[in-house]
Design a protein around this ligand. Structure first.
Ligand SMILES: [Zn+2]
Ligand SMILES: [Zn+2]
Length: 394
């Protein structure tokens, strides 16, 4: 495998079943991926699962999100489900570089962390707009544009409160809505990267799947869907194909507490049951199939796995959060990321404009009359004076 800064720099030599090692140098054969410690090769794609769970929030798995990094430096988010941005933050990547999100559909488990990325990314150092791509709906109010604009309207207090305090550019959202019925249509093309969409069959009209092609490598992401002809056709030649694989009907009854009829309907009419996931992958034959969107627990993964294996024997990964795929034409490596749960934002990657104080919305005299300024001046005043002196601030 070509990954690993230490692989390039270390004097350690691999002799097959033994290794010349230094007691003081890092070894290249990490069993995990430690963010911000490895080169990404110029021909290499890195795919990280940021969310693999269900609509119900849990600590073990965030909801839908997948992150794609390319050797040309470009980075893309596909879905941004609830809880997923904490995993993105744990990768310690400047928010300036994660400004592109492609949403498969408008179920909350696929987009509900948009505020965390938009506002959190803005305060964390993104200086330009967040750029959001997503499908139309059967009517205008069911489309991505209406959803994001409505959601921006609901965030008015938040955004107004920040303007004038921090640089303004990160407060914007650029919305790119496209026709959900487009079949393998190009929705993004730049810097050698092409993203295409095609319809998915899920709940109501307006869900899509995506492919991303770059440098002869192809990433395919189904989102939520019933098995469909478009995925089988346009997912061909995938190096990595991520497709939903719902919990088994028995799990939906015994652990999700659905009644049996609802379990059948949800598992086999709106989503993809594990054996159907296998049947789809048997037709697509990707270099790596990723079963995704189920509770991947010690007591649930084996039933899901066995049902997949009834219909598919090819390469398979069972997604959980922070599984990492390094993909080149010659190699495909699967590991887990080991992250610091207490990361701070990475340093911004661009020079910010100074905040425009004319954008400040002043508080009223009524609220300001409640300020205990004397108290603060007494206790904080000397600290501010000391801070200014230490930091060279006038
Ligand atoms: Zn859904
Ligand atoms: Zn979903």
């Amino acid at each position: 495998m070509t990954t690993g800064a230490s692989a390039h720099e270390s004097g350690n030599k691999n002799h097959g079943n033994w290794m010349e090692q230094s007691p003081v140098e890092p070894r290249a054969d990490h069993s995990g991926y430690f963010p911000n410690t490895e080169f990404l090769g110029q021909d290499e794609m890195r795919v990280i699962i940021l969310g693999s769970g269900m609509p119900n929030a849990r600590k073990a798995q965030a909801s839908a999100s997948v992150f794609v990094e390319l050797g040309n430096g470009d980075k893309f988010l596909f879905d941004i489900g609830s809880g997923s941005v904490a995993n993105l933050g744990a990768l310690e990547i400047p928010y300036d570089w994660v400004d592109k999100v492609f949403i498969t559909h408008l179920h909350q488990d696929h987009f509900a962390d948009l505020p965390a990325l938009w506002i959190g990314g803005w305060t964390g150092g993104r200086h330009g707009p967040l750029r959001v791509w997503g499908p139309s709906g059967d009517t205008p109010e069911l489309g991505t544009k209406s959803c994001v604009e409505g959601f921006q309207a609901s965030m008015m207090w938040d955004v107004t409160s920040r303007h004038g305090q921090i640089p303004a550019g990160g407060g914007e959202i650029e919305i790119h809505e496209f026709d959900y019925r487009g079949e393998n249509q190009v929705v993004y093309e730049d810097n050698g990267v092409t993203v295409r969409s095609w319809p998915a069959v899920h709940a109501i009209d307006g869900a899509v799947s995506y492919s991303l092609e770059w440098n002869g490598l192809k990433f395919v992401f189904a989102g939520d869907t019933y098995p469909n002809k478009w995925f089988v056709e346009y997912g061909q030649d995938a190096d990595i194909a991520i497709h939903e694989c719902f919990p088994t009907m028995d799990q939906l009854v015994d652990q999700y507490r659905f009644d049996p009829i609802t379990a059948i309907n949800v598992a086999t009419h709106v989503h993809t049951a594990p054996s159907a996931f296998g049947a789809v992958m048997e037709k697509v034959k990707p270099r790596m199939a990723v079963a995704w969107h189920f509770y991947n627990d010690f007591d649930t993964r084996y039933d899901v796995y066995e049902q997949i294996r009834e219909t598919y024997q090819g390469p398979l990964a069972m997604a959980t959060d922070l599984v990492v795929f390094n993909i080149t034409k010659d190699d495909l490596n699967v590991r887990e990321a080991i992250v610091n749960p207490a990361t701070w934002p990475a340093p911004p990657a661009s020079q910010p404009e100074p905040p425009d104080h004319t954008l400040l919305t002043p508080r009223t005299q009524f609220i300001n009359s409640g300020m205990m300024a004397d108290l603060v001046d007494d206790v904080v005043g000397p600290q501010v004076a000391d801070f200014k002196q230490r930091r060279g601030v006038e």
